[in-house]
Design a protein around this ligand. Structure first.
Ligand code: BGC
Length: 363
Protein backbone atom coordinates (compact mmCIF):
# COMPACT_ATOMS: atom_id res chain seq x y z
CA UNK A 1 0.00 0.00 0.00
CA UNK A 2 2.74 2.40 1.10
CA UNK A 3 4.80 1.37 -1.92
CA UNK A 4 1.81 2.14 -4.10
CA UNK A 5 1.48 5.57 -2.56
CA UNK A 6 5.17 6.30 -3.06
CA UNK A 7 4.89 5.09 -6.63
CA UNK A 8 1.76 7.18 -7.18
CA UNK A 9 3.47 10.23 -5.66
CA UNK A 10 6.54 9.67 -7.81
CA UNK A 11 4.33 9.29 -10.86
CA UNK A 12 2.42 12.49 -10.17
CA UNK A 13 5.74 14.26 -9.64
CA UNK A 14 6.80 13.07 -13.09
CA UNK A 15 3.43 14.17 -14.47
CA UNK A 16 3.81 17.56 -12.82
CA UNK A 17 7.33 17.93 -14.17
CA UNK A 18 6.03 17.03 -17.61
CA UNK A 19 3.31 19.64 -17.31
CA UNK A 20 5.81 22.18 -15.98
CA UNK A 21 8.14 21.27 -18.83
CA UNK A 22 5.32 21.71 -21.30
CA UNK A 23 4.42 25.12 -19.97
CA UNK A 24 7.79 26.52 -20.95
CA UNK A 25 7.48 25.08 -24.42
CA UNK A 26 7.00 27.28 -27.40
CA UNK A 27 3.41 26.25 -27.98
CA UNK A 28 2.23 27.48 -24.60
CA UNK A 29 1.43 31.14 -25.19
CA UNK A 30 1.07 31.93 -21.50
CA UNK A 31 4.73 31.22 -20.90
CA UNK A 32 5.95 33.46 -23.72
CA UNK A 33 7.57 36.62 -22.62
CA UNK A 34 7.63 35.50 -19.00
CA UNK A 35 11.30 36.36 -18.72
CA UNK A 36 11.33 39.56 -20.72
CA UNK A 37 14.41 40.91 -22.49
CA UNK A 38 16.47 44.08 -22.81
CA UNK A 39 14.63 47.04 -24.29
CA UNK A 40 17.27 47.68 -26.96
CA UNK A 41 17.08 44.08 -28.25
CA UNK A 42 16.87 43.23 -31.91
CA UNK A 43 13.33 42.91 -33.28
CA UNK A 44 13.11 41.43 -36.79
CA UNK A 45 10.32 42.37 -39.17
CA UNK A 46 9.98 40.26 -42.30
CA UNK A 47 7.44 41.54 -44.83
CA UNK A 48 6.29 40.08 -48.17
CA UNK A 49 6.99 41.86 -51.44
CA UNK A 50 5.37 45.25 -51.97
CA UNK A 51 2.24 44.00 -53.75
CA UNK A 52 0.03 46.60 -52.12
CA UNK A 53 0.42 49.97 -50.42
CA UNK A 54 -0.23 48.61 -46.92
CA UNK A 55 3.08 46.73 -47.01
CA UNK A 56 4.98 49.77 -48.26
CA UNK A 57 3.56 51.85 -45.42
CA UNK A 58 4.19 49.13 -42.83
CA UNK A 59 7.95 48.97 -43.48
CA UNK A 60 8.50 52.68 -42.83
CA UNK A 61 6.23 52.67 -39.79
CA UNK A 62 8.05 49.67 -38.28
CA UNK A 63 11.45 51.35 -38.81
CA UNK A 64 10.33 54.51 -37.02
CA UNK A 65 8.15 52.87 -34.39
CA UNK A 66 10.70 50.28 -33.26
CA UNK A 67 13.35 52.97 -32.93
CA UNK A 68 10.99 55.18 -30.93
CA UNK A 69 10.19 52.25 -28.62
CA UNK A 70 13.93 51.81 -27.96
CA UNK A 71 14.40 48.59 -29.92
CA UNK A 72 16.94 47.82 -32.62
CA UNK A 73 14.82 47.13 -35.68
CA UNK A 74 15.72 44.95 -38.66
CA UNK A 75 13.01 45.45 -41.30
CA UNK A 76 13.22 43.39 -44.50
CA UNK A 77 11.03 42.93 -47.56
CA UNK A 78 10.89 39.93 -49.86
CA UNK A 79 11.71 40.70 -53.48
CA UNK A 80 9.19 40.20 -56.27
CA UNK A 81 10.86 37.31 -58.08
CA UNK A 82 11.46 34.81 -55.24
CA UNK A 83 9.47 36.12 -52.26
CA UNK A 84 9.24 32.84 -50.35
CA UNK A 85 12.96 32.03 -50.54
CA UNK A 86 13.89 35.64 -49.73
CA UNK A 87 11.71 35.62 -46.67
CA UNK A 88 12.99 32.24 -45.46
CA UNK A 89 16.58 33.52 -45.75
CA UNK A 90 15.76 36.79 -44.03
CA UNK A 91 14.11 35.07 -41.07
CA UNK A 92 17.07 32.68 -40.72
CA UNK A 93 19.44 35.67 -40.70
CA UNK A 94 17.34 37.38 -38.00
CA UNK A 95 17.58 34.23 -35.88
CA UNK A 96 21.37 34.17 -36.34
CA UNK A 97 21.59 37.83 -35.31
CA UNK A 98 19.73 36.97 -32.07
CA UNK A 99 16.37 38.67 -32.63
CA UNK A 100 14.14 38.41 -29.55
CA UNK A 101 10.89 38.86 -31.47
CA UNK A 102 10.31 38.19 -35.16
CA UNK A 103 7.24 39.85 -36.68
CA UNK A 104 6.29 38.20 -39.96
CA UNK A 105 3.86 39.17 -42.72
CA UNK A 106 4.17 35.87 -44.59
CA UNK A 107 4.56 35.85 -48.37
CA UNK A 108 3.32 32.25 -48.29
CA UNK A 109 1.74 31.30 -44.98
CA UNK A 110 2.51 27.60 -45.41
CA UNK A 111 6.23 27.79 -46.23
CA UNK A 112 7.83 29.07 -43.04
CA UNK A 113 7.69 26.04 -40.73
CA UNK A 114 11.44 25.40 -40.70
CA UNK A 115 12.36 29.04 -40.13
CA UNK A 116 9.90 29.71 -37.33
CA UNK A 117 10.95 26.48 -35.62
CA UNK A 118 14.56 27.69 -35.72
CA UNK A 119 13.37 31.03 -34.33
CA UNK A 120 11.63 29.27 -31.47
CA UNK A 121 14.55 26.99 -30.79
CA UNK A 122 16.70 30.11 -30.39
CA UNK A 123 14.20 31.51 -27.85
CA UNK A 124 12.63 34.14 -30.11
CA UNK A 125 8.91 34.91 -30.05
CA UNK A 126 7.10 34.77 -33.39
CA UNK A 127 4.25 37.16 -34.22
CA UNK A 128 2.26 36.76 -37.44
CA UNK A 129 1.44 40.21 -38.80
CA UNK A 130 -1.62 40.80 -41.03
CA UNK A 131 -1.55 37.20 -42.34
CA UNK A 132 -1.55 33.92 -40.44
CA UNK A 133 1.42 31.49 -40.53
CA UNK A 134 0.07 28.01 -41.20
CA UNK A 135 0.70 24.43 -40.12
CA UNK A 136 3.22 25.07 -37.37
CA UNK A 137 3.15 25.18 -33.58
CA UNK A 138 5.95 27.75 -33.67
CA UNK A 139 3.88 30.87 -34.01
CA UNK A 140 2.96 32.58 -30.74
CA UNK A 141 0.59 35.38 -31.66
CA UNK A 142 -1.18 36.97 -34.58
CA UNK A 143 -2.13 40.62 -34.97
CA UNK A 144 -4.53 41.55 -37.76
CA UNK A 145 -7.71 43.30 -38.74
CA UNK A 146 -10.58 40.85 -38.30
CA UNK A 147 -10.58 39.13 -41.71
CA UNK A 148 -14.14 37.75 -41.33
CA UNK A 149 -15.36 41.27 -40.77
CA UNK A 150 -13.37 42.47 -43.81
CA UNK A 151 -15.16 39.93 -46.03
CA UNK A 152 -18.58 40.73 -44.55
CA UNK A 153 -18.05 44.44 -45.16
CA UNK A 154 -17.02 43.74 -48.76
CA UNK A 155 -20.09 41.55 -49.39
CA UNK A 156 -22.42 44.07 -47.77
CA UNK A 157 -20.89 47.02 -49.68
CA UNK A 158 -21.47 45.17 -52.95
CA UNK A 159 -25.14 44.58 -52.02
CA UNK A 160 -25.59 48.19 -50.90
CA UNK A 161 -24.08 49.52 -54.14
CA UNK A 162 -26.25 47.21 -56.24
CA UNK A 163 -29.39 48.09 -54.28
CA UNK A 164 -28.67 51.80 -54.75
CA UNK A 165 -28.93 51.24 -58.52
CA UNK A 166 -32.58 50.16 -58.06
CA UNK A 167 -32.35 48.08 -61.20
CA UNK A 168 -35.25 45.81 -62.12
CA UNK A 169 -34.48 42.17 -62.84
CA UNK A 170 -31.39 40.22 -61.92
CA UNK A 171 -28.09 42.02 -61.39
CA UNK A 172 -24.98 40.47 -62.86
CA UNK A 173 -21.83 40.25 -60.79
CA UNK A 174 -18.39 38.64 -60.89
CA UNK A 175 -16.26 37.40 -58.00
CA UNK A 176 -12.52 37.77 -57.39
CA UNK A 177 -10.49 36.44 -54.48
CA UNK A 178 -6.89 36.91 -53.35
CA UNK A 179 -3.86 34.66 -53.47
CA UNK A 180 -4.38 31.03 -52.37
CA UNK A 181 -1.08 31.11 -50.39
CA UNK A 182 -2.45 33.93 -48.19
CA UNK A 183 -4.64 32.65 -45.36
CA UNK A 184 -6.65 35.89 -45.46
CA UNK A 185 -7.86 35.28 -48.99
CA UNK A 186 -10.24 32.41 -48.20
CA UNK A 187 -11.57 34.10 -45.07
CA UNK A 188 -12.29 37.33 -46.98
CA UNK A 189 -14.01 35.43 -49.80
CA UNK A 190 -16.02 32.99 -47.70
CA UNK A 191 -17.23 35.75 -45.38
CA UNK A 192 -18.29 37.92 -48.32
CA UNK A 193 -20.05 34.94 -49.91
CA UNK A 194 -22.07 34.35 -46.73
CA UNK A 195 -23.53 37.82 -47.21
CA UNK A 196 -24.10 37.42 -50.97
CA UNK A 197 -25.41 33.85 -50.95
CA UNK A 198 -29.08 34.50 -50.06
CA UNK A 199 -29.33 36.92 -52.99
CA UNK A 200 -27.57 34.52 -55.35
CA UNK A 201 -29.88 31.74 -54.14
CA UNK A 202 -33.05 33.79 -54.68
CA UNK A 203 -31.90 34.71 -58.20
CA UNK A 204 -31.86 38.49 -57.69
CA UNK A 205 -28.08 38.39 -58.20
CA UNK A 206 -26.46 36.21 -60.85
CA UNK A 207 -22.77 35.42 -61.21
CA UNK A 208 -22.72 35.76 -65.00
CA UNK A 209 -19.68 33.58 -65.66
CA UNK A 210 -20.89 30.91 -63.22
CA UNK A 211 -17.44 31.07 -61.57
CA UNK A 212 -18.32 30.92 -57.89
CA UNK A 213 -15.75 28.44 -56.52
CA UNK A 214 -12.81 30.05 -54.77
CA UNK A 215 -10.36 28.23 -57.05
CA UNK A 216 -11.94 29.84 -60.10
CA UNK A 217 -11.86 33.30 -58.56
CA UNK A 218 -8.30 33.20 -57.12
CA UNK A 219 -5.63 35.75 -58.02
CA UNK A 220 -2.25 34.10 -57.47
CA UNK A 221 0.27 36.45 -55.85
CA UNK A 222 -2.42 39.15 -55.61
CA UNK A 223 -1.19 40.28 -59.04
CA UNK A 224 -3.24 43.11 -60.55
CA UNK A 225 -2.40 42.05 -64.10
CA UNK A 226 -3.80 38.56 -63.40
CA UNK A 227 -7.10 40.02 -62.22
CA UNK A 228 -7.21 42.39 -65.19
CA UNK A 229 -6.75 39.63 -67.73
CA UNK A 230 -9.30 37.39 -66.01
CA UNK A 231 -11.79 40.29 -66.14
CA UNK A 232 -10.94 40.84 -69.84
CA UNK A 233 -11.65 37.18 -70.58
CA UNK A 234 -14.93 37.14 -68.67
CA UNK A 235 -16.13 40.35 -70.32
CA UNK A 236 -15.54 38.84 -73.75
CA UNK A 237 -17.07 35.46 -72.94
CA UNK A 238 -20.07 36.58 -70.90
CA UNK A 239 -20.91 40.25 -71.16
CA UNK A 240 -21.17 40.96 -74.89
CA UNK A 241 -24.93 41.34 -74.56
CA UNK A 242 -25.58 42.09 -70.90
CA UNK A 243 -24.43 44.63 -68.34
CA UNK A 244 -21.94 43.86 -65.60
CA UNK A 245 -23.45 45.41 -62.48
CA UNK A 246 -20.99 44.57 -59.73
CA UNK A 247 -17.65 42.97 -58.89
CA UNK A 248 -16.48 41.60 -55.56
CA UNK A 249 -12.81 42.61 -55.43
CA UNK A 250 -10.73 41.58 -52.39
CA UNK A 251 -8.44 44.64 -52.45
CA UNK A 252 -7.82 48.01 -54.03
CA UNK A 253 -5.05 47.15 -56.46
CA UNK A 254 -7.23 44.42 -57.96
CA UNK A 255 -10.26 46.75 -57.92
CA UNK A 256 -8.45 49.31 -60.06
CA UNK A 257 -7.23 46.60 -62.45
CA UNK A 258 -10.83 45.38 -62.82
CA UNK A 259 -12.05 48.93 -63.46
CA UNK A 260 -9.30 49.39 -66.09
CA UNK A 261 -10.48 46.22 -67.82
CA UNK A 262 -14.13 47.29 -67.83
CA UNK A 263 -13.25 50.75 -69.13
CA UNK A 264 -11.09 49.15 -71.82
CA UNK A 265 -14.12 47.12 -72.93
CA UNK A 266 -16.10 50.35 -73.21
CA UNK A 267 -18.60 49.33 -70.55
CA UNK A 268 -20.03 51.38 -67.67
CA UNK A 269 -18.13 50.93 -64.40
CA UNK A 270 -19.89 48.43 -62.11
CA UNK A 271 -20.06 48.56 -58.31
CA UNK A 272 -16.55 47.44 -57.28
CA UNK A 273 -15.38 46.75 -53.72
CA UNK A 274 -11.84 46.92 -52.35
CA UNK A 275 -9.57 46.92 -49.32
CA UNK A 276 -6.58 48.91 -48.02
CA UNK A 277 -7.50 52.58 -48.57
CA UNK A 278 -4.84 52.92 -51.25
CA UNK A 279 -4.46 56.57 -52.28
CA UNK A 280 -5.37 55.85 -55.92
CA UNK A 281 -8.50 54.02 -54.84
CA UNK A 282 -9.54 56.80 -52.48
CA UNK A 283 -9.21 59.18 -55.45
CA UNK A 284 -11.25 56.76 -57.57
CA UNK A 285 -13.96 56.56 -54.89
CA UNK A 286 -14.14 60.35 -54.65
CA UNK A 287 -14.38 60.49 -58.48
CA UNK A 288 -17.36 58.09 -58.36
CA UNK A 289 -15.58 55.12 -59.97
CA UNK A 290 -14.58 52.48 -57.35
CA UNK A 291 -17.57 52.09 -55.02
CA UNK A 292 -15.96 51.14 -51.70
CA UNK A 293 -12.80 50.17 -49.90
CA UNK A 294 -12.22 48.75 -46.43
CA UNK A 295 -9.98 50.74 -44.14
CA UNK A 296 -7.40 48.68 -42.26
CA UNK A 297 -5.32 51.55 -40.93
CA UNK A 298 -1.74 50.31 -41.17
CA UNK A 299 -0.62 52.79 -38.50
CA UNK A 300 -2.79 51.09 -35.87
CA UNK A 301 -1.70 47.58 -36.89
CA UNK A 302 2.01 48.42 -36.71
CA UNK A 303 1.50 50.19 -33.37
CA UNK A 304 -0.24 47.10 -32.04
CA UNK A 305 2.56 44.77 -33.20
CA UNK A 306 5.24 46.98 -31.63
CA UNK A 307 3.11 47.19 -28.48
CA UNK A 308 3.17 43.38 -28.30
CA UNK A 309 6.98 43.42 -28.50
CA UNK A 310 7.08 46.07 -25.76
CA UNK A 311 4.91 43.93 -23.46
CA UNK A 312 7.04 40.88 -24.16
CA UNK A 313 10.25 42.83 -23.42
CA UNK A 314 8.75 43.79 -20.06
CA UNK A 315 8.02 40.11 -19.36
CA UNK A 316 4.28 40.65 -19.72
CA UNK A 317 1.79 38.73 -21.79
CA UNK A 318 0.55 40.91 -24.68
CA UNK A 319 -3.07 41.97 -24.79
CA UNK A 320 -5.18 39.51 -26.81
CA UNK A 321 -8.86 39.55 -27.73
CA UNK A 322 -9.46 36.43 -29.81
CA UNK A 323 -8.61 32.82 -29.17
CA UNK A 324 -11.11 31.31 -31.63
CA UNK A 325 -10.56 32.41 -35.20
CA UNK A 326 -6.99 31.60 -36.02
CA UNK A 327 -6.67 27.84 -36.19
CA UNK A 328 -3.55 27.41 -38.30
CA UNK A 329 -3.98 23.66 -38.77
CA UNK A 330 -1.84 22.77 -35.76
CA UNK A 331 -3.01 25.16 -33.06
CA UNK A 332 -5.35 28.07 -32.45
CA UNK A 333 -3.02 31.05 -32.49
CA UNK A 334 -3.97 33.67 -29.88
CA UNK A 335 -4.81 36.90 -31.65
CA UNK A 336 -5.40 40.58 -31.30
CA UNK A 337 -7.90 41.64 -33.94
CA UNK A 338 -8.59 45.23 -34.87
CA UNK A 339 -11.87 46.38 -36.40
CA UNK A 340 -11.93 47.24 -40.13
CA UNK A 341 -14.20 50.03 -41.40
CA UNK A 342 -16.12 50.30 -44.68
CA UNK A 343 -15.47 53.44 -46.71
CA UNK A 344 -17.57 54.89 -49.53
CA UNK A 345 -17.73 58.38 -50.96
CA UNK A 346 -20.36 59.18 -48.30
CA UNK A 347 -18.10 58.66 -45.25
CA UNK A 348 -14.55 58.96 -46.65
CA UNK A 349 -13.88 62.46 -45.28
CA UNK A 350 -14.95 61.34 -41.83
CA UNK A 351 -13.00 58.04 -41.80
CA UNK A 352 -9.76 59.63 -43.06
CA UNK A 353 -10.07 62.86 -41.06
CA UNK A 354 -6.91 62.12 -39.04
CA UNK A 355 -4.91 60.59 -41.89
CA UNK A 356 -2.46 63.15 -43.29
CA UNK A 357 -2.06 61.23 -46.58
CA UNK A 358 -5.72 60.49 -47.28
CA UNK A 359 -7.66 63.37 -45.71
CA UNK A 360 -6.57 65.87 -48.42
CA UNK A 361 -7.87 63.49 -51.11
CA UNK A 362 -11.40 63.68 -49.70
CA UNK A 363 -11.68 67.49 -49.82
C1 BGC B 1 -3.76 41.87 -46.81
C2 BGC B 1 -4.34 42.95 -47.69
C3 BGC B 1 -3.54 43.09 -48.97
C4 BGC B 1 -3.26 41.76 -49.61
C5 BGC B 1 -2.32 41.87 -50.78
C6 BGC B 1 -3.62 40.62 -47.60
O1 BGC B 1 -3.14 39.60 -46.82
O2 BGC B 1 -4.57 41.67 -45.68
O3 BGC B 1 -4.39 44.14 -46.97
O4 BGC B 1 -4.23 43.89 -49.87
O5 BGC B 1 -2.74 40.86 -48.68
O6 BGC B 1 -1.08 42.34 -50.42
Amino acid sequence: MRRHMILATAMSAVALMTIAGCSSRADAPDAKGAGGFAKDSLIGVSLPSKTSENWVLAGGLFEKGLKKAGFTGDVQYAGASAPVKDQQDQISAMVTKGAKVIIIGPADGGQLGTQVKAAHDSGAIVIAYDRLILNTADVDYVVNYDPEKVGELQGQALLDGLDAKKKAGPQYIELFSGSPDDANAAVFFNSAMKVLKPRIDDGSIVVGSGQTAIKQTATTGWKAETAQSRMDTILTSTYADKPLDGVLSPNDSLARAIITSVKGAGKPIPVVTGLDSEAESVKSIMAGEQYATVNKDTRALVTKAIGMATSLAAGEKPELNNTRLYDNGVKVVPAYLLVPVIVTKANAAKVYADDPLLAPLTK
